[in-house]
Design a protein around this ligand. Sequence first.
Ligand SMILES: NC(=O)c1ccc[n+]([C@@H]2O[C@H](COP(=O)([O-])OP(=O)(O)OC[C@H]3O[C@@H](n4cnc5c(N)ncnc54)[C@H](O)[C@@H]3O)[C@@H](O)[C@H]2O)c1
Ligand SMILES: N[C@@H](CCO)C(=O)O
Ligand code: NA
Length: 440
Amino acid sequence: MSPIRVGLLGIGTVGSGTFNVLKRNQEEIRRRAGRGIEITMVADLDVARAQALVGDGVLVVDDARKVVASPDIDIVIELIGGYGIAKALVLEAIESGKHVVTANKALLAVHGTEIFAAAQRKGVMVAFEAAVAGGIPIIKALREGLSANSIQWIAGIINGTTNFILSEMRDKGLDFDVVLKEAQKLGYAEADPTFDIEGVDAAHKATLMSAIAFGIPVQFDKAYVEGITSLAAQDIRYAEQLGYRIKLLGITKRVAGGIELRVHPSLIPAKRLLANVEGAMNAVVVHGDAVGTTLYYGKGAGSEPTASAVIADLVDISRLHTADPEHRVPHLAFQPDEMSDLAIVPMSEIVTSYYLRLNVADEAGVLASVTGILAEAGISIDAVLQREADEVGGEGSTQTDLIILTHDCVEAKMNEAIAQMQALPTVLAPITRIRKEELA
Ligand SMILES: NC(=O)c1ccc[n+]([C@@H]2O[C@H](COP(=O)([O-])OP(=O)(O)OC[C@H]3O[C@@H](n4cnc5c(N)ncnc54)[C@H](O)[C@@H]3O)[C@@H](O)[C@H]2O)c1
Ligand SMILES: N[C@@H](CCO)C(=O)O
Ligand code: NA
């Protein structure tokens, strides 16, 4: 059988990895797919660089539309990124009956409903394994491997850049900005790194996992998103002293009122495997009612790890493109006419436990007034740590840090309690609140 012909849009970090791995492993990939898979056309704004990467045998153009419109292309890989031209190109490729592979989680988390509906109408596949946790086959696991289960919750470290920053800050005492620059140099960060550090990228990925796990539409606009930019070094230290590590988690969970969908820094017990995922590594824990807890670990970013997922999608499409569209795995795991309308619950309704740090006047009665407010709100305390004033503010200091771990309570109650504690004259600075997940 003649090779399936692939057009590549954007040959940057992931695009070049895809080209190289496909070439290096072409024979093994052919034996799996049943036919060769060849990138025959590449579009990139930097034609000279692209041509140098792929050699003379591949046609390189600067206009991606030429690839999308070419009758000689069966599958389009979109590795440009962003919502702009990438969206137009993906929709045009679908309209012209081409299958699409993309690593663009931003695009799918925001415009997935429109894109998957268009693909459904045209009977083509839009594959996106690379979009969530890079090389880890988490989409495959959720959509196929766990299809017997009623999935209860997913919690993951799904942004390599922020995990790298948190690890390097803790282990080497390096500054945030220095580590971010390093992550950019290593090709982990998004074109706009605020997407990484503000939790947006993790929320894009959590949104996609949530849709697949629970059979709900992609709803990035309903996700709660908080990044790592306001994390203080002392919170990382205090968390360690209490037996926890701080990680940026993407969480989606089935609860009585619907589905939780949230990204924020979280304390997790240091003994959990997830707490020991370091550097740019990703890990996702999925809890299904039948299987129990399963864990997926690996490289979530970088050139060849992400290419690994892109090429796995190419192999799937090569095998399935002649199949009746109804026999293929649905884009969001559930049949399109069987989607659920379970609501994403507002953040004020989520239930979790908390780490609080209060910078307080070092005087009698402070602890009692703070714990009094929590008791009044029905929030029970798990542990309290009070630092020596000297340690916090230097010799002769009159202020200290009070760290409180709570048991589970509703976020709205915690918001009220924090507002009341903040109003105490003995509370000297804005209260730090970090959610805590036991993940058991
Ligand atoms: N880098 C990673 O580790 C990683 C991992 C998972 C997913 N992703 C996603 O993969 C996609 C690509 O990321 P990347 O890191 O390879 O980006 P990149 O910036 O390294 O590469 C993008 C390439 O697209 C080209 N390009 C830009 N506009 C173009 C246009 N209009 N027409 C043709 N080419 C154009 C650029 O010249 C560049 O070569 C993004 O959606 C990103 O979110 C990246
Ligand atoms: N910027 C992303 C790339 C992988 O999606 C990260 O750091 O995880
Ligand atoms: Na993946």
